[in-house]
Design a protein around this ligand. Structure first.
Ligand SMILES: Nc1nc2c(ncn2[C@@H]2O[C@H](COP(=O)(O)OP(=O)(O)OP(=O)(O)O)[C@@H](O)[C@H]2O)c(=O)[nH]1
Ligand SMILES: [Mg+2]
Length: 295
């Protein structure tokens, strides 16, 4: 009788400072954009699941918010998300931007209490500097923690990612598939739609606006000819409402247009996107508001 190979599965948490390239790395490993990415720190606020399946193997990546010292409730919720992911994980990837390589003590403290997990140091953005600099950075960080392995990658251009995938696969142990094999992530379409609007907001607005806003999808109607989506942009202060809307509604129109284009490509259908700005005074400081908006 033929021996079928044993099925293997495992959770891989992607952890690091804001802007290290965690979401870019996960998307690239999956070959699909699941997690939003921008040049601004603190883009990711949730745990974003990305599933890589093969016939006898399933790897579940957990993209997480960048590790910071939280100062308001939303950031505290984000750090709880990181903590949950690292507890759930079998393998942890510490992603370090080689050009901004100071690893917060908070991260090493997190690692010191963990047992039975493989922890890999991933030096990212190697396209931005010399091999020599990459080695020097790795050496310095290795001096602070005993990593199971160190790899050098560019999440942006794909260098080193095949080797990273192979290393992960070598360390995945026997287990069942946790998700259907054709599934790429777990959240519903409206979650991704909210994320895509937030991504455009991060790209188009400056200073505190992206950090003061969240998106609430209030209606999602799948009609024959188009998807009708009504979304509230929640801001933290009255004065931010005017900035979001802009002179004569110019700014919000621009946001609506670019978000609609991205959403249309995602749902592969025409979209009508209705955006409204609402003020929820200090929502990000308020635990029940933060929970209400899904954090
Ligand atoms: N040059 C270069 N840029 C990269 C690389 N990886 C990511 N970036 C850029 O770094 C920025 C941050 O990338 P993200 O993937 O959003 O970073 P993140 O770690 O998920 O950030 P947060 O969600 O804010 O914690 C983006 O502008 C990326 O294009 C890389 O390998 N090389
Ligand atoms: Mg991210």
């Amino acid at each position: 009788m033929e021996n079928t190979p044993e099925h293997r599965s495992g959770y891989v948490a992607i952890i690091g400072k804001p802007n290290a390239g965690k979401s870019t790395l996960m998307n690239r490993m999956l070959g699909n954009k699941v997690s939003i990415t921008t040049h601004k720190p603190q883009t990711t606020r949730h745990q974003i699941l990305g599933i890589h399946s093969e016939e006898d193997l399933q790897i579940i990546f957990l993209d997480t918010p960048g590790v910071i010292d939280p100062s308001y409730e939303l950031q505290k919720a984000m750090m709880k998300t990181v903590d949950r992911a690292r507890r759930d994980a079998d393998i942890i990837l510490l992603i370090v931007d080689v050009t901004d390589y100071n690893v917060p003590g908070r991260i090493f403290k997190m690692f010191s209490s963990m047992k039975n997990k493989e922890i890999f140091l991933i030096i990212n953005k190697i396209d931005k500097t010399s091999d020599q600099q990459c080695q020097a950075v790795a050496k310095e960080i290795q001096g602070k923690f005993d990593f199971d392995d160190t790899l050098f990658v560019s999440a942006l251009n794909g260098e080193g990612l095949q080797q990273l995938m192979d290393t992960i696969k070598e360390n995945i142990t026997s287990g069942p598939p946790f998700y259907p094999k054709d599934m790429l992530s777990e959240q519903p379409v409206r979650f991704f739609v909210a994320e895509m609007i937030r991504e455009q907001l991060f790209l188009l607005y400056h200073q505190e606006i992206p950090y003061s806003s969240t998106i609430d999808i209030v209606q999602y109607d799948e009609r024959d000819d188009l998807d009708y989506i009504s979304a509230d942009i929640i801001v933290n202060r009255e004065s931010q409402k005017g900035i979001l809307i802009g002179k004569g509604g110019k700014a919000i129109k621009k946001l609506g247009k670019s978000a609609r284009e991205v959403i249309q490509a995602f749902v592969d259908k025409k979209v009508y996107l209705d955006l409204h700005v609402k003020v929820r005074e200090k929502w990000r400081e308020n635990p029940s508001h933060v929970r209400h908006y899904g954090y």
